[in-house]
Design a protein around this ligand. Sequence first.
Ligand code: NAD
Length: 341
Amino acid sequence: MIKVAINGYGTIGKRVADAVAAQPDMEVIGVSKTSVSAEAYIAKERGFPLYIADLSKKPAFEKAGIEVAGDVETMLLAADIIVDATPGGVGEKNRPIYERLGKKAIFQGGEDHEVAGFSFNAHANYREAEGHQFARIVSCNSTGLVRLIHAMDQAFGVDRVRAVMVRRGADPDDIKRGPIDAIVLNPVSIPSHHGPDVQTVLPHINIVTLAMIVPTTFMHMHSIQMDLKRETTRDEVLKVFEDHSRIGIVRKATGIKSNAQLREYTQDLGRPRTDLWENGVFEESVSVLAGKEFYCFQAIHQEADVVPENIDCIRALMGTAKDPEESIRMTNKALGLVAIG
Ligand code: NAD
């Protein structure tokens, strides 16, 4: 069993912890929190040993009825690998600690590529993880883009990509962020950081991205255009997506036309926390014009799509599954991830 520590038990960390616990070849040896919160109660409920950075806060946890297993360094020492899911920028500060302890670690998309020196996506570059101590899972938007672009590139060759990201303003529990009533260009300048982030995994792809933030919490929506190298048809493209285990298709017959309806759908499907782990490509939007011009809309659930990637990255860094397809199959089976559509 691979011993996994989750440093930072928040939106991403709590999902990764549940996903690790579901795998047949890994176990959660601990999760960390900085202060007493609802998530600390969930860690207790799940039976995950809880570690804290500052032991002077131990009495506050105990007063709330939450047992503290020790300090974060004790947790890190007991782990084979650490998933760092602390807020963006904190991972960079944690890296020297992981270096000192000689531990493998996975950072999230809030860190710069340079913090790990290697950015990961299971379908695109699993085998390149071998020999690395650190890896970084590209952000939620970039994960969604990389899955789609890589699949299209393998099938037809991608000449160039132009994409607009309509981003959720905040996660559902995040009461401090906005906007409440605005469309914020993020940034006003072009390109947004997403294109260069995609290139950390797919360096040969010509891509320019634009982004804006809107008042929603459920998902991001991407409007994507690609010029392909080989002529194709809409049916051939749909077949590529149908065959991809982490690209789902939002069928026309469902009547779903929005992030809100898609979230209701994942909720009704009984997905844990309503998570859409796969891309949600809208069937009706999939278009091929003049043989080589491809268009689509896809929904990306910001809290969920990076979760299976973290699991595959654990196996890729540990070297316990050499074949990406083997790891992806194991991860999906343990999560119950059968792509929609
Ligand atoms: P979050 O704020 O929900 O959770 C972070 C957790 O880390 C909290 O539990 C907090 O208690 C803990 N923490 C805070 N400071 C810490 C410290 N110094 N040491 C240890 N733990 C600390 O954040 P999140 O949304 O889960 O984001 C985590 C990472 O994942 C970021 O890099 C973010 O950019 C990335 N990410 C977030 C999303 C998303 O939509 N939320 C999507 C993809 C990637």
